[in-house]
Design a protein around this ligand. Structure first.
Ligand code: RIB
Length: 327
């Protein structure tokens, strides 16, 4: 900035006013000269310095638990698109479902003076939310609410209803031995989906706790759960996985062991990530409006940052039953 001021023959303050668009009192000729020099000298504003003075950096942080899962990379893409369209940049933080890493990233984002955070929890994340609140950082919870912080701004899915929709479909297709592979037990969406499964199976009088198996939302988890199912149960008509990644892992095991899908076993997933429609047979699943959820979460956060009146603190999205080839 000093170089520009010297070459333009003006003060550093004048350069700062032009580059920060607070230049109403400066002549067009001087403005043009300063902007031309800034371009020639490849001037890049120091966002932290600007943040310190204006308390705004035009940047939001995204914290998510597993970037290798297309659900999260898709939602991050939606947030980035929405942020960019509103002239914000994003800093993406992947926590690998590790709470310590999550807390470190929260502290890093605060030190970078982000204007706000989109937070997808990796598990029991009360400590992370406590840090955001004690530093008055605007944030929006997405996908996973936090048990001790149910009154925060959030964008969520009607998970229970989604699983009930799936069981209704499988039951009406003649399946009763419907196995359920749940997600991480310390993640709220897993518990909501399990609740929906129990409700629907009891509704039809076919609930059996031996049909519930542990999973962990990734392909390996789907493989292990399916191997356990085949070793413990002698009759399975359908397997409902709590997310698509586990369903794809399960299908790999079943097809390799010679099962025909859907003739021998029906398979249902949850999310509707893009690869559902690529594998053969294509995965029947409970779809989430992933892109819309990310976009609405970003708009909500930026409204909070700019102190726009907000009607609803929480936004809930419906699921959609997407029937393809596996059920
Ligand atoms: O696939 C990852 C799962 O974790 C999704 O179902 C999403 O809801 C997230 O909570």
């Amino acid at each position: 900035m000093l170089d520009i001021a010297k070459k333009a023959g003006v003060s550093k303050a004048t350069v700062s006013m032009v580059l920060n668009k607070r230049d109403q009192s400066i002549s067009e000729e001087t403005k043009k000269k300063i902007l031309k020099l800034a371009e020639e000298l490849n001037y890049i504003p120091n966002s932290l310095a600007r943040g310190l003075s204006t308390k705004k950096t035009g940047t939001i942080g995204i914290i998510l638990p597993d970037i290798t899962n297309p659900f999260f990379s898709s939602i991050a893409r939606a947030i980035e698109d929405a942020a960019n369209s509103l002239e914000y940049n994003v800093i993406l933080c992947n926590t690998d479902n590790e709470i310590d890493k999550e807390v470190d990233y929260i502290k890093l984002l605060i030190s970078k003076i982000v204007d706000g955070v989109i937070f997808i929890a990796g598990g029991e994340s009360s400590s992370s939310v406590k840090i955001l609140k004690s530093n008055n950082i605007p944030f929006v919870l997405v996908d996973r609410y936090i048990d001790n912080y149910k009154d925060e701004h959030g964008v969520y899915l009607l998970n229970e209803e989604g699983v009930i929709k799936g069981i209704d479909y499988l039951y009406k297709k003649g399946n009763e031995k419907i196995v359920f592979v749940k997600g991480h037990e310390n993640i709220t969406v897993s518990n909501e989906r399990l609740k929906g499964y129990k409700y629907a199976m009891n509704k039809y009088g076919i609930y059996d706790e031996n049909l519930i198996f542990k999973g962990n939302f990734n392909i390996e988890g789907g493989i292990k759960a399916t191997e356990a199912i085949l070793s413990k149960l002698d009759k399975v008509e359908a397997i409902f996985y709590s997310n698509d990644m586990m369903a794809l892992g399960g299908m790999k095991v079943l097809l390799r062991k010679g099962f025909r899908i859907p003739e021998d076993i029906r398979i249902m997933g949850f999310d509707n990530i893009d690869i559902c429609g690529i594998f053969e047979p294509e995965l029947t699943t409970i779809g989430q409006p992933i892109y819309k959820m990310g976009k609405e979460a970003c708009k909500l956060l930026i409204n909070i940052i700019n102190e726009v009146d907000i009607k609803d603190k929480e936004i809930y999205f419906e699921t959609e039953l997407i029937i393809r080839g596996t059920a």
